[in-house]
Ligand binder design. Structure first.
Ligand SMILES: Nc1nc2c(c(=O)[nH]1)N[C@H]1C(S)=C(S)[C@@H](COP(=O)(O)O)O[C@H]1N2
Ligand SMILES: [Mo]
Length: 213
């Protein structure tokens, strides 16, 4: 991570601690591991108890809502979009983190340019084939490390990790990235997703331990 981001994160954390009138507690690895997280070598699987296995011929990704150019992308059309790879760390709110995940797929900005959201669009609502949903501010989605991933470490994304395609937003806790993604909807007003209506934080910043609302 960049030094600036690291300093900003530490600053935000310190301010939050100050506001609460408590002393900051030690962090395991201040430059990499967010506070309260433990590093895992494996890759735990979290889902709602279903892993929808969509045949390639039936898989689509819908881009809709407040957009000039709504689209229903087939697997072939999605695969023909410019592909990128990005290595990032993965932080689950249940306190495990995994370093150096190499995700491959389509940058969110590419989908943004394709759908052409209207100026009123400020929020993004993601829906999964399993009925999961989550919401993220549009501005955060436009970060250059946000992508819809179809590969992990050079291999097709395993079903249990959200294949055929999942959203990756490294700067937020992992529940903000929908596995089995089916639709990306651009909205003017924020709309809470599956965990957000159940008490998870709407902002979900791992660096400030912004876990529950
Ligand atoms: N569709 C879908 N996406 C989801 C979830 C889910 O249950 N369904 N769980 C979220 C949570 S809480 C986490 S921590 C990550 C887990 O991803 P993993 O199973 O690849 O570790 O996916 C997120 N995205
Ligand atoms: Mo999670």
């Amino acid at each position: 991570m960049s030094r600036d981001r690291h300093i900003a994160a530490k600053q935000r954390w310190a301010e939050k601690q100050k506001a609460r009138g408590v002393r900051p507690r030690p962090v395991a690895s201040p430059d990499r591991l967010p506070p309260g997280q433990k590093l895992t070598g494996g890759f735990p699987v979290l889902d709602l108890g279903v892993q929808p296995d969509i045949p390639i011929g039936e898989w689509t990704l819908t881009l809709d809502g407040l957009v000039e150019n709504p689209a229903v992308l087939s697997w072939a059309r999605f695969g023909a979009l410019p592909q990128v790879e990005d290595v990032s760390d993965f932080h689950c709110v249940t306190t495990w983190s995994k370093f150096d995940c190499r995700w491959g797929g389509v940058a969110f900005t590419t989908l943004y340019e394709l759908a052409r959201p209207r100026p009123e669009a400020r929020h993004v609502f993601f829906t999964g084939y399993d009925g999961y949903s989550t919401n993220v501010p549009l501005e955060r989605c436009l970060d250059d490390d946000t992508l819809v991933a179809t590969s992990l470490n050079g291999a097709p994304l395993p079903l249990e990790h959200g294949g055929r395609a999942r959203v990756i937003i490294p700067k937020l806790y992992a529940w903000k990235g929908a596995k089995f993604v089916k639709a990306i909807t651009f909205l003017a007003e924020d709309k809470l997703g599956f965990w957000e209506v159940r008490g998870y934080s709407n902002t979900a910043d791992p660096w400030t331990e912004d876990r529950y609302a």
